[in-house]
Write a protein of this length. Sequence first.
Length: 262
Amino acid sequence: MNFDKYKLYTESVQSPEVDAQFFDQYYRMYNGQEALVLKEDFCGTFLNSIEWIKRGAFKKAICVDLDPEPIAYSRANYLSQLQPSQVERIQIFERDVLKKSEEKVDVIAALNFSTFIFKERKKLKKYLKRSLKTLNPKGLFFMDCFGGMATQEPLEEETEHKEFSYFWDQDSFDPVSHNAQFYIHFKPNGEKKIKKVFSYNWRMWTLPELKDLMIEVGFHDVHILWEGSGPNGEGNGQFARAEKGEVCEAWVAYVVGQRPPD
C-alpha cells in the first residue's frame, strides 16, 4: 500500500463525524439552542470542521493550526467532500492558537490532547484566556485529556486494522515535571514497521489543574465529561457529566466550560 500517514492517522484515532455530532448535540442540550460557529484549534487536517459544516446550512467553521503540512494535505484530499457553497463557510488559518483572534464563535474544540503541548502554566493560562474571549456569551469550550496509571509507564500497544497496524508507544514519563514522550508507529501489512511517524512531547496535566485554570480565567460551570466503559472494560466513546471518576489504568475525558452569559 502507498504510505499515507494522515490517512492512517485518521483511520486509527479520529472519528470526526461522531465528534461534530457530539459538540452540536451537547451545546443544544446545554444551552437550549443551536450552535452555529465552531472553532477547531490545533485543527491539523480539520476534518471535525468539515463534518460540522455538513450538519447544517447555516453552520460555519474556523480552523487554526501552526503546521502548514496537514492543512495543505486536507485542502488537497478532504476539502472536496464539501460542496462549493459549503466551502464558503469554512475559514482556515495557518497561525499560532495563542495569537489574538478576531472571530467570535459558539464552540471551541481543542482536541487530540493538543493543549498538553503547553508545559508552562502561564502559556496554558494565556491560551485559555484567549479562548474565553473568542467565545460568544454562553459559548462552550471543549478540551480533551487523558491519564491513568498505565499512561505513566513504558508501554506499546498494537491495534490491527484491515491494511495496517497502529502502534501507540508510551516511551517515557517524568514524575517530577509530568513531561512525557509518546510516538505513533505504523506497519502496513507485509511491510516493515515505520517508526516515529508522529511524535508528541507533552506535559500530562491533571483534571484538577485544568479545571482550576479554567475557573481562574473566568469560565463558568467548569465540569468533566467522563468516558463510560464497555463490557470489556475499555472506553465506549460515551461521555457523561461526572463529579467522580473511576480508578482505572487509562481514561479519557473532556473538560468543558462556558463563557458566562452577558
